[in-house]
Structures are given as C-alpha cells and as structure tokens.
Write a protein that binds this ligand. Structure first.
Ligand code: GLA
Length: 392
C-alpha cells in the first residue's frame, strides 16, 4: 500500500469518512552542493522514493487539526488551533511544520479555512533526508488543493513560488534558517533525473540520472546519528557566511571568484576563511558534476563527492564521527566516491558504488560501525524519484 493510500485509510478510520484528497511529497538526497543554497549558489539533489502523505478535508469551524500516524499505527493528535490565531512561536514540536505552512498560505491570502489533516509517511525522520520538508510540501499542496489551487496550472502559483512559501514558513514560523534546497527538491524533482538548481536565478535543469544504466548505484547510509536543524551549528555557519560576504563587499559568497580565494585569507578571521573556501570550491564542484552528468559520465563523479566531504568535514566542520566513518569505510571497500548529504551533524552519507560491489561496501560500512560501537546503519539505494503531487 502506498503512503497515500495509508493516509487515506487512516483518515477514514479516524473520522468515519473519506478525505477530500491526498497529496504527498518525497524526501531527497543532495548529490552535491552542500551549504551553498543560502549563499545563492548551486545544488544538485534528487528525490527519493520515500514520501510523506497528507490526507485532508475542510472543517467548518476554522480549526487546524492535525493527526500523524506512525509506523506502529498509533495516532498522535496535536491540539487543534484556530487558523486565524496562528503566529510564529504559537505551535511547537512536530506540529509546527504543517502549522507554519497553514500560517504562510493564510498570510499570502491563498488558503485560509479550517482543515483536518492526517499524515502518514515512510521518509526516515532525523536522517537528514528532508522528512520535515516532505511534510511541509505535502501540506502546502493539500491546503492549496482544498482551496482549488493546483500549482503550476495557468494563473496558479508556480512550484518554485510554493517552495518559497514553504521556506518562509520554516524560517519565520518554525524558526529554522534553512535555504531553498530541500523544498525545491521535494516539489520540483522529476523521476529519473537530478535537479540542477541555481538558487540565485531560480533556473532549473532536469538532468537524466541513470546510475543502474551505467552499472552504478548511489548507496545511502543512514548513520542513525540524529541530525537536527534546530541545532545552533547550522545557524552559526549561515551567519558566518553572511558576515564574510558583508566584509568582502559582495551580496553573497556565490560572488567570490575562485581566484580571489588566496587573497581572502588576509581579509577575514581564520574561521570565516574556511567557510568561504568551502562555499567557493563546492559551487565549482557542482558545476563540474553537472558537466559530467550532462555528458553521461557518472562514474567520474566519485572524486568530486569525496572532495566535497573533505571540504565539509575540514573547512565547514559540519560532519561527525559516524559520517566520516561511513565515508572512509565505503571508500576503503571500493566506493568511487562518498560524502555526507544534507545539513550534517549526523544524518546520512551517500556513496557512489559499482552495482556489483554494493553488498561488499554495505558490509564494510556495517562492520566499521559495529567496531566503533555505533548503532547499526540503515542502507538503501537512492533511486531518483518523482516530486510532490496529488495521490488521490
Ligand atoms: C539543510 C537545509 C538546506 C541546505 C542543507 C545544506 O538540508 O534545509 O537548505 O542548507 O542543509 O546544504
């Protein structure tokens, strides 16, 4: 049963009638381009086959009522709140994510009635695979859908506009200063493709990504080290980048050319120099990765992935022992390249592996984790899947 069908069934079980509709949105991996989005740079994600589904129906009493149903089938119901009373800080915990979307769409004047939501999904939570963005994007499509708005259709808001709303709800309502990578990936990805996004211009290119066709697999290693954006590490990196850009006199670190890097050292404190170096070199790596993908040379991505990890670990300092071990063990067992994916401080790594070596690499990573006394990692292939949409 799909997560959409599960959400519909749970809705019926809880409320005794069918929902008006079901919408779902996927989690993602980012192939490369980490911590570049809020620096106006480049990213290259693709959607995963894991989704969060939201079954929805209007309510006449103006309340927002949300129930989430876990894998164990046990429903967790948030205290219903009046849509009109939603304000930043008014809802805490997991319910803040869908509530923020409701708040932002009401503020934008596009959807403002009471609503009943039932949520089910299979995106691993806390694994750095964007489960919270999948939830927010599915909620946005559900609320818009109930209001009769189908993003992307004539005279309706576009999917990138919806992504910007979702980002605003996360930044201003939930209070987490994330960029545009995850919402855009969840809403705009296309099955069988990676999405090249220039965050500054909003330009997007869907690039075919057929790893099995080239005898390859992108293996995801969920390290089970919990990752959370609320942690101050993400915020301090972002603030550091903004300070560095201001001191260098550029709108964003995107605007620092690579040949200016050497001179930057004399202009900034050491802790900002390394942030700048990561962002500048990472943007270059994305562009090189895009060239390789356009010419179908997937296997050659390996060294770029590994360089990205080294830069994130040493310069940006957002890796952790589990992510480093996943990367080292995968490379030691023959992966062509490997890196952490997502915000870091825990979560998941990806490894580019020859299909016939997937089992061997997986075993090596699991064995290394056991030796280090880490929780057993969860391993699965990353298959470029469809973006958000209506299920039922
Ligand atoms: C998180 C954020 C994104 C992006 C990545 C790092 O996933 O939500 O906006 O900044 O971290 O690339």
């Amino acid at each position: 049963m799909s997560v959409g069908q599960r959400a519909a069934e749970e809705f019926r079980r809880l409320h005794g009638h069918a929902p008006a509709g079901v919408w779902s949105a996927p989690g993602r991996v980012n192939l490369i381009g980490e911590h570049t989005d809020y620096n106006d740079g480049f990213v290259l994600p693709f959607a995963l086959p894991f989704r969060i589904a939201v079954a929805a129906a209007p309510r006449r009493d103006g309340l927002l009522a949300i129930t989430t149903v876990g894998d164990d089938g046990v429903p967790q119901r948030a205290e219903p709140v009046a849509v009109a009373s939603l304000a930043p800080g008014s809802v805490r915990g997991w319910a803040a994510y869908p509530s923020g979307v409701c708040w932002v769409l009401r503020s934008a004047g596009v959807a403002d009635g009471g609503v009943e939501l039932v949520i089910a999904g299979d995106v691993p939570a806390g694994a750095g695979l964007s489960s919270s963005h999948a939830l927010q994007c599915a909620t946005a499509l559900a609320l818009l859908g109930l209001a009769g708005v189908v993003p992307g259709s004539p005279s309706a808001p576009s999917l990138p506009e919806v992504a910007a709303w979702v980002q605003r709800s996360e930044n201003d309502f939930v209070g987490v200063p994330t960029g545009l990578l995850d919402q855009t990936a969840s809403l705009c990805c296309v099955a069988g493709h990676a999405l090249f996004l220039d965050v500054r211009s909003g330009a997007m290119e869907q690039i075919p990504f057929d790893a099995p066709g080239q005898g390859l697999e992108v293996l995801v290693v969920d390290t089970r080290a919990k990752h959370s954006h609320g942690d101050s590490g993400y915020r301090t990196r972002r603030e550091g980048c903004e300070r560095a850009a201001a001191r260098l006199g550029v709108p964003a670190l995107r605007d620092v050319p690579a040949d200016r890097l050497a001179g930057v050292a004399g202009q900034l404190p050491a802790e900002l120099v390394t942030l700048v170096r990561h962002v500048v070199t990472e943007n270059e790596r994305v562009l090189r990765a895009v060239d390789l993908l356009r010419s179908g040379k997937l296997a050659e991505l390996g060294p770029l992935l590994t360089d990205s990890h080294t830069s994130l670990a040493n310069d940006y300092r957002v890796s952790c022992a589990e992510l480093d071990e996943a990367v080292d063990a995968a490379l030691g067992a023959g992966a062509l390249g490997a890196r952490m994916t997502g915000g870091g401080f825990g979560g998941s790594a990806i490894a580019l592996v020859h299909s016939d070596q997937v089992a061997r690499v997986g075993q090596a990573v699991s064995a290394a984790f056991a030796r280090r006394g880490f929780a057993a990692p969860r391993l699965f292939p990353a298959i470029p899947s469809a973006g958000a949409g209506r299920d039922l």
